[in-house]
Write a protein that binds this ligand. Sequence first.
Ligand code: PFF
Length: 433
Amino acid sequence: MKKWSSSLGFILAAAGSAVGLANVWKFPYMAYENGGTFVLIYLLCLLVIGFPLLIGEMLVGKASGKGLFEAFGELGKPLWNNFGYLCILSGVLILGFYCVVGGWCFFYAGSYAMQGMGVAEVPGFGDYTGNGWQQILSTFAFVAVTIGVVMAGVMRGIEQMVRYLMPLLGILLLVFAGYATSKVGFSVVTDQLFTYNPDTLNGETVLKAVGHAFFSLSLGIGAMLVFASYLKEDNIVKAGLWVGVIDTAVALVACFVVIPMVLLIQKQGGQVDEGAGALFVAVPALLSDFAGGNWLNMLFFFLLSCAALTSSVSLFEVVASGLHSRLSPEGDPRKYNWIMGAFVMVLALITSLSVGANESISKLNLFTHFDDAVTLYLLPLGGLLIAIFVGWLMPESIIKQHFGKRAIYPVWRGIIRYVTPLAMGLILLQSFL
Ligand code: PFF
């Protein structure tokens, strides 16, 4: 079995999976649309649900040393192995829309390079998403590269990519954030981000915040479980904390890039494609001040493409290896990569036309429906199941053995046994009422 070359390798791979489009593309526009109440609830959710579950999910993988369809059986509850089906469903749906946004990043990186060379002009976001061929080409490219990386089996490559390129993305975001924020004032952004407004506190906001915490941390889908099953040493808690802190930091910094620019463009009477388009409008607007703006845009979207790839590759691997172990463990694993790849390709290509390029497909709203189905229901459901398993069914002796001697154990145990399942159960229940 493949093992991480070091515990740092594991943290890098888990962070590579966690840090992606959810942090840089999605969180800022959600924070902008839903305001400070959403952000504060999100941070609270991370503390009482996200971090404890991250550790819980990793524990199941580490203690069993097995993947999606065997881990729970290995720990004495074979019926729970069916959890794998939920993960496969969630994984395929995520890839169905995630690869579309990954394609947008590819396209913007490539188009800014061409604009820099004076060969072509970068289209506006609305024109681009309305152009069927461009959507198909960029989505095709992103899915193809994802499959290529998985097929080439370049786990070490992913470690290296996260190790060197992700810090660079972090630095770029910090610099952009400083510059963008200076244009409107720090307090304007913090007011927008952190002001609690009781009027906007409702079940929907809470559900969105919890769901996003899962999506952003790659939780409730077995990804962290599978990663941790390759882990040799016992450093679950440390790894969980690192991954959580890095993920949250990137999401917050990205807000300081996007939100000021959106506010500024609106103040100047401009039209912002809010929602899905915010990042793709905000960053180019920010960089339009600079002579080398095209190349900076290219660099940014290239690095973001890499962050998206480390996430899509991890997701793809988890799902394809789950299918392989379920359907024919003795067979050739590459076969399942091809099957999954073909399926994801078709799904993502159709979804890519649902953001304006094709009228009938756009009416189906596939992009939003896939996103909502996973983030609002499937991932939280997966998380609830993990909390129940770890809190109530997994033998405590095994948990203690892998948790290590840490003072926070009783606190974590109390949270994962009572707080997390209760909170998740209530949140999910109210969403159906
Ligand atoms: N956490 C990733 C992001 O922030 O973009 C998305 C993701 C990757 C979710 C892998 C789930 C997963 F298994």
